[in-house]
Design a protein around this ligand. Structure first.
Ligand SMILES: [Zn+2]
Length: 396
């Protein structure tokens, strides 16, 4: 799809204008935040700042594990405050200004606080365990830590839809009606129980249209955003559900769990090899004390950062497979194209990203490529425009 063809497919001029201002801002902030966070973290590790902070807490008249917990909690609070400022200025404020974020400041802060309250104990508990593993086996700690990491990640993915998601959103099974009937037939073809398809009230936070698969095994659910169910034509909802069913049918979540676990073990092993020489350079000494933990964390972040293009490329390939699945099982490729246009407009998506942006940031193929795939399956621009027109009024 060429520049200029977006009007043929019915993209809304107003949304395109907003997206052209909004997305470059987001990219600039992402680059600035990554550079600034990296610089501050490297400086704190190699200037001895973490060493001094650790020595301060270690000097308290308290058992070692309490002093280490206080050190870790202090770091986590500083990181949370740093992220809060960047997110507020670089994500929340522009999101509100461009109409993408609907959450009130109170609600947004409550979400951030809730995330902090949930993750801080995991961060502190994880740090305490890691320190124990490193003390017990200074060169083989990566074996136990990998095991704990992989099991912990699996439990988190399993429990997420039943324990964590309900703290942030309300998800209800689809109510009886003609749409549920249509979606039931589709989900049966993928061997998925329609009772596990839920409507989730994301409109309280964003105007973007969204859908996702969550959980594994008995907790597996497909979530359809309420603004998708309210604002799109039934055939578009079908197309989007078919894409999500593709993730289920093609076992993408299980594959992603195995892949992420393998990469995590690789990253942890490499960090175990790199930590002793770097600890030497930074003057931390060996065998390590708890002061070394921020250096280990820095190594993980850098290595995952380097793996980002690979992880994103694998994700884009999986998303393309799901688009192909959706186009196979749905009878209306024009409705699929309409759903893509509507989702891209509601997300203020960059529909002509540069190659660098696509490689580094895009977990899905650019929407233009997705529409081109629909066109190859017979999508007609006139029909796509008419589906969009028919339902655009109710979406506003
Ligand atoms: Zn997908």
């Amino acid at each position: 799809m060429q520049r200029g063809d977006e009007w043929v497919w019915g993209f809304a001029p107003h949304s395109r204008r907003l997206a052209q201002c909004y997305r470059p801002q987001v990219y600039r902030w992402t680059a600035a935040r990554t550079a600034a966070s990296g610089a501050v973290w490297v400086l704190a590790v190699f200037s001895g700042a973490f060493h001094t902070l650790h020595a301060f807490f270690a000097g308290m008249k308290a058992p070692g594990w309490i002093a280490l917990s206080a050190f870790l909690l202090c770091i986590y609070i500083l990181v949370a405050l740093w992220n809060l400022v960047w997110q507020y200025a670089g994500s929340y404020l522009p999101g509100r200004r461009f109409g993408l974020i609907t959450a009130t400041p109170d609600q947004w802060l409550r979400d951030r606080f809730m995330s902090f309250a949930l993750t801080a104990p995991v961060f502190v508990g994880g740090g305490l365990m890691l320190q124990q593993f490193m003390k017990a086996r200074p060169h083989r700690w990566w074996v136990r830590w990998s095991l704990l990491w992989v099991v912990g990640s699996f439990v988190l993915i399993y429990a997420f839809p039943v324990l964590i998601l309900p703290l942030f959103c309300n998800a209800e099974p689809l109510s009886e009606g003609s749409l549920r009937e249509r979606l039931m037939a589709l989900s049966e073809t993928a061997g998925f129980d329609v009772r596990n398809i839920c409507a989730v009230d994301l409109s309280r936070r964003t105007s973007a249209i969204n859908a996702f698969v969550t959980g594994i095994g008995s907790t597996r659910k497909i979530m359809l955003a309420d603004n998708l169910l309210k604002g799109a034509a039934p055939a578009e909802v079908e197309a989007i559900l078919a894409h999500e069913l593709g993730h289920h049918k093609l076992k993408h979540i299980s594959a992603s769990v195995v892949r992420t676990a393998s990469l995590s073990v690789l990253v942890i092993w490499a960090s175990a090899r790199l930590t002793p020489p770097l600890a030497d350079v930074a003057g931390y000494g060996w065998p390590p004390t708890g002061a070394i933990l921020p250096l280990v964390g820095l190594l993980w972040v850098v290595m995952w950062g380097l793996l980002t293009p690979v992880v994103k490329a694998i994700s884009r390939r999986a998303e393309k497979q799901c688009d192909d699945y959706a186009l196979q099982v749905c009878s209306d490729p024009s409705a699929f194209a309409a759903a893509m246009v509507r989702a891209a407009d509601s997300n203020l998506a960059d529909i002509f990203p540069s190659r660098a942006v696509e490689v580094l940031l895009f977990s899905h193929p650019p929407v233009t490529a997705r529409i081109a795939a629909a066109r190859r399956r017979g999508a007609q621009p006139e029909r796509t425009r008419s589906i969009l027109r028919e339902y655009r009024a109710s979406n506003r």
